[in-house]
Design a protein around this ligand. Structure first.
Ligand code: GLA
Length: 674
């Protein structure tokens, strides 16, 4: 996976800016123009260099059918330019104006139960609506025509968080588009019947015209149809992105992107298929306090975003200074967290840190969302911490362009997410992302930095590859992993992996079908357990959620079930395969046991682990320009040892001996020697 920077673009991220870029969303339309002067002056004070505007601009620049008014946007573009602030220009198509949906209610999205979703919120449009597409591209053409050469322009921002709310539409236009997509994919209806297994429940189709999107049914729906609807929906929005990007590229040389949502709560788009269309990969990330460990999820999301960027630096396009407004309980960031969390993204490859948003709204659904400039104004902690962050990011300029060093990879796959979390699986308590996070947390606890890569990616550079719950896998991807192991690599596969193919068809002959030979095991029955049922292993460790009747077929047992339905069967196995090693965990190990297993697999594979890194301490290296930068971030409430030599970029202090990193502190050290 590679990202391409457009010809002629230079500087950080191809944006013709240098250093680590501080930016934000700016919604001047919510304010009287008299406020704008103060805004730009304060942006300068905070070190803001890139602002996203016109994201929700449609009804402002196009207030009625056929009426266009760019006066305010012209003024804002020029004002920002006059103050040396670059623009991340929204195409403005994220939310339709009321006149348009009144004129064409068929644009509105329809939910699986057939009910319409009305305007009054945002993103109330069907991704497959030809009318919407037409009107949106007209808007994009006008915006690109007008500002394509504007000196303030640094980046194009297509729509906004495509698929955040409208990823799955079940209307008649979507049904038509779905059928077209299926025709393209399968050619014949027989091929579709075979792929979906429609021999079941008399679901056989005689013609493509009989097929509907998976609207709500009385019973479980067809899993093949559900999977293809996920794929289709992701492709429909990618097609929308491509259409907007094409219109822009015909009129402007500035790079084009859109903001991904690599987070814990959105799984609608298969970003592996999107990434190469982005001139720079950009992600929106908000801490999710509904999770048990939001900080680890943040680190994972940053690593996955870097994976989507093919290892290249990427943009944090949105994050919050403090609280968001859309969780049940919207927690403020504790003192110091803003800085540590922003630096965590930079540590993991972000060359920009942008916030939603500049000035906290006084009205609207997001009026209690934090901002760089809060309701209280500049006499506030948020403002002071933001200004200080801007200063520190300025000091880190030399880090821009460097790449994160990792010798361990984790495979991540949207198809597995969609299938494992689908209907009719052995346990609704086994959720794909939780299993991935579980593995990631174990790696983090073991002091290992990881790359996140797609199934089927080349693995030669890695010493250890972790494969959590890779439920759906194609032969080619399984073969790549096996060849990597036989060539001397190490893999750790966990339960629920290798079970189905990319049609969601079970691989027969015993689980884990695709990985049976590589792992040297065979499973004849899955035995999930209740979420509160603890499983004991004979080495004293604990586990939960899952067990299975593993038979050894060449592997050795590392630990076995000492309780539960698979009593006596191996729970953790190890198989020498060619020149490499293939480990298997047939259960959800408790965190300590998981971390110990990962540490053992990493040590066996010769992965260097940092003894001082851990669940609450980030230690990540970025290298490039002949230098290495160590990001050490202590999220814990006690000092931790830090054994790094070099110059702390933030303080200028030279570290000549091992030292400590205070509670809540961060150091970014340019290493002298390694
Ligand atoms: C998303 C959107 C923004 C804003 C923020 C709030 O990231 O792109 O417009 O709604 O969420 O957290």
């Amino acid at each position: 996976m590679t990202t391409h920077t457009r010809t002629g673009a230079g500087g950080t991220l191809g944006l013709a800016l240098d250093g680590i870029v501080l930016g934000c969303d700016y919604n001047p339309e919510q304010w009287d123009p008299t406020v704008w002067q103060e805004d730009v002056a304060l942006m300068r004070e905070a070190g803001v260099r890139l602002v996203a505007i016109n994201i929700f601009g449609w009804s402002h620049v196009n207030p009625a059918d056929g009426r266009w008014d760019f006066a305010a946007l012209d003024q804002v573009m020029d004002l920002l330019h006059a103050h040396g602030i670059r623009v991340n220009l929204g195409t403005g198509t994220a939310s339709t104006p009321a006149w348009l949906t009144r004129q064409h209610p068929e644009i509105l999205p329809v939910a699986a139960d057939g009910t319409t979703r009305y305007p009054g919120g945002r993103q109330a449009w069907c991704p497959s609506s030809p009318i919407l597409r037409d009107r949106a591209l007209d808007l994009v053409a006008r915006v690109a025509e007008r500002y394509g050469d504007h000196p303030a322009l640094a980046l194009w921002h297509v729509s906004n968080e495509l698929g955040c709310h409208n990823a799955h539409c079940y209307c008649d236009a979507s049904a038509d588009a779905f059928r077209g997509w299926l025709r393209e994919r399968y050619g014949t209806v027989d091929a579709l019947n075979a792929a979906w297994g429609t021999a079941f429940w008399s679901q056989r189709y005689g013609a493509f015209d009989e097929i509907l999107p998976p609207r709500l049914t009385l019973s479980s729906r067809n899993p093949g149809q559900m999977l293809d609807f996920h794929r289709f929906s992701s492709d429909a929005l990618l097609d929308h992105y491509r259409a907007e990007a094409e219109v822009i590229r015909a009129r402007s040389d500035a790079p084009v992107t859109t903001n991904f949502m690599v987070t814990a709560h959105i799984r609608n788009l298969d970003y592996w298929t999107w990434a190469s269309d982005m001139d720079v990969v950009a992600n929106d990330h908000y801490l999710d306090h509904r999770l048990a460990d939001p900080v680890t999820e943040m680190a994972f999301a940053a690593d996955l975003t870097r994976g989507l960027a093919g290892g290249a630096p990427w943009m944090l396009m949105e994050t919050a200074v403090g609280a968001v407004n859309w969780q049940p309980l919207n927690r403020a960031r504790a003192a110091g967290e803003l800085r540590r969390h922003a630096l965590t993204h930079v540590a993991r490859g972000a060359d920009s840190v942008c916030f939603f948003q500049w000035r906290a709204s006084a009205q609207g659904a997001e009026k209690f969302h934090s901002a760089l400039l809060p309701h209280a104004g500049t006499d506030s902690r948020a403002w002071r911490e933001s200004v200080e962050l801007g200063r520190e990011l300025g000091v880190l300029a030399e880090v821009a362009g460097t790449r994160v060093e990792a010798h361990v990879a984790i495979l991540f796959d949207w198809i597995s997410w969609w299938t494992l979390d689908g209907e009719g699986n052995p346990s609704t308590h086994v959720r794909y992302l939780e299993q991935v996070h579980h593995a990631y947390r174990a790696l983090r606890a073991a002091g290992v930095t990881v790359d996140v890569v797609p199934a089927g990616a080349a693995l030669d550079g890695y010493r250890l590859v972790v494969v959590p719950a890779l439920h759906a896998v194609q032969d080619a991807a399984a073969d790549t992993l096996d060849a990597y192991v036989r060539d001397g690599g190490s893999a750790l596969v966990t339960f629920a992996s290798g079970i189905v193919d990319h049609d969601d068809r079970v691989r027969l002959g015993g689980y884990p079908g695709a990985f049976r030979d590589m792992l040297g095991i065979r499973v004849d029955e899955m035995c999930p357990v209740a979420p509160d049922e603890e499983l004991a292993l004979d080495d004293g460790s604990r586990a939960s959620l899952w067990s299975e009747r593993v038979e050894l077929r060449g592997a050795e047992a590392v630990a076995s079930f000492a309780s539960g339905p698979a009593l006596g069967h191996p729970a953790v196995t190890r198989h020498r395969r060619g020149d490499g090693l293939a480990w298997y965990a047939a259960t959800a190990l408790a965190a300590d046991a998981y971390a110990a297993l990962v540490a053992r697999a990493a040590d066996d594979a010769g992965v260097s682990r940092d003894p001082h890194a851990g669940p609450h301490v980030e230690l990540v290296r970025r290298t490039g320009h002949g230098r290495t930068y160590v990001f050490a971030i202590n999220n814990s409430d006690r000092p931790v040892p830090l054994d790094v030599r070099g110059t702390d970029l933030l303080t200028g202090e030279v570290l000549r001996a091992a030292t400590t990193l205070d509670a809540g502190e961060a150091r970014i050290v340019r290493e002298e020697t390694r």
